[in-house]
Design a protein. Structure first.
Length: 367
């Protein structure tokens, strides 16, 4: 049956696509994207304490992926509430932080199993904060924001959705003659077209992209800031997804995703190097000006926790509470941190790191 936007797309074609997904243009773009990812992977290894990166760039990804769904918070709020047990954050910040948690938990599960339907379910449960499963209800029809016209209605029927996800899972792991980056683009389209959950499909699909890169050994940790590119090129993202459905326009979609990977890998590499340089400068400043309290671990902890608490130093084994309080106040007096009252405790903010992380990569013009 031909595609009709107002009818459930139960005839969504299985993978692999019938069309050629390895055109000359795609293969050329794939080489550039792989080179950029390889450089990103190496740059991540230049910071021995990986927690510095795991606690920063994935939070930016969480913010951006949530913003695509109009769940808007700020970098400052995310870092402030990232490790706060009291849950004082606003709802948008809490939801973005759940994305960060889902990415982190998914990363840990890769040690036990590859990306799968089970991974997708676990990621979406964490993002939404509810115990959900593959939907048994009809999917929400997607509409043109300007006209209100229905542009896509996802498949329905839980058994059918599970069959399509099983096919999706086989493809991403068994089509080994196709480059993993091309498979990633195909997998992302197919997952969004299946739309297996009542809500959270976009964020789940984008988290799976990063987990898949780690799963296939293209990254060591999920530090690609991919959603930032999508925000800057959001219309093209949705237009090219839809064009695969309506026109089988696989090449344009895959080129979009490969371009996104290349651009954000280059940006993330530059940002990681800037973080490394700032960390080294901060450590040297503490060593030169404050030799009595200096340790590399002290410099690192204020990068792992840009909103640092006394308890963070205690947990890291750097000092007991009284000494930890003195250390942080001394760093604030030196201008390395800013002290801020938050309820009954003080927070010590790393303003240089937050300024560096808040800089957004420029959006590329749509082709």
């Amino acid at each position: 049956m031909p595609f009709r936007p107002d009818r459930p797309y139960n005839d969504l074609p299985p993978l692999p696509p019938r069309e050629d997904v390895e055109t000359k243009a795609v293969l050329k773009a794939c080489i550039a994207a792989r080179a950029a990812l390889a450089e990103l992977r190496v740059s991540g290894q230049l910071i021995p304490n990986q927690a510095v990166l795991i606690n920063s760039i994935p939070l930016l990804e969480a913010q951006a992926s949530s913003e695509i769904e109009n769940i808007v918070t700020t970098t400052d709020r995310l870092f402030r509430f990232a490790n706060e047990a009291g849950n004082q954050a606003d709802p948008a910040t809490k939801e973005a932080l759940r994305y960060r948690t889902a990415l982190s938990e998914g990363f840990q599960t890769l040690k036990r199993r590859p990306v799968s339907t089970s991974t997708a379910i676990a990621v979406c449960r964490t993002i939404k904060g509810v115990d959900l499963d593959i939907r048994a209800t009809p999917g929400t029809a997607l509409m043109n924001e300007a006209t209100g016209a229905v542009i896509y209605t996802p498949p329905e029927g839980q058994a059918l959705l599970r069959d399509k996800l099983a096919n999706w899972e086989r493809y991403i792991h068994e089509a080994e003659d196709v480059d993993p980056l091309i498979r990633l683009a195909v997998m992302h389209y197919q997952f969004e077209a299946i739309h297996p959950f009542t809500d959270g499909n976009g964020r789940t699909g984008r988290a799976l992209n990063l987990l898949y890169l780690v799963d296939k050994g293209l990254l060591d940790i999920p530090v690609l800031y991919l959603s930032r590119y999508i925000i800057g090129n959001k219309r093209a993202y949705y237009d090219r997804l839809l064009a695969v459905t309506t026109e089988s326009a696989w090449e344009d979609w895959i080129l979009y995703m490969l371009g996104a990977i290349r651009e954000t890998a280059n940006w993330s590499t530059a940002r990681i190097r800037a973080i490394r340089d700032l960390l080294n400068q901060t450590a040297e400043r503490i060593r030169s000006n404050l030799p009595k309290i200096y340790s590399r671990e002290l410099a690192e902890v204020i990068f792992v926790h840009p909103y640092c608490r006394i308890g963070d130093l205690v947990a890291a084994g750097i000092a007991k509470r009284q000494a930890a309080s003195v250390y942080l106040k001394t760093l604030a007096e030196q201008g390395l941190l800013q002290e801020m009252k938050a309820g009954r405790e003080n927070l010590y903010i790393n303003p240089a790191l937050l300024a560096l992380l808040s800089e957004r990569p420029p959006a590329k013009p749509e082709r």
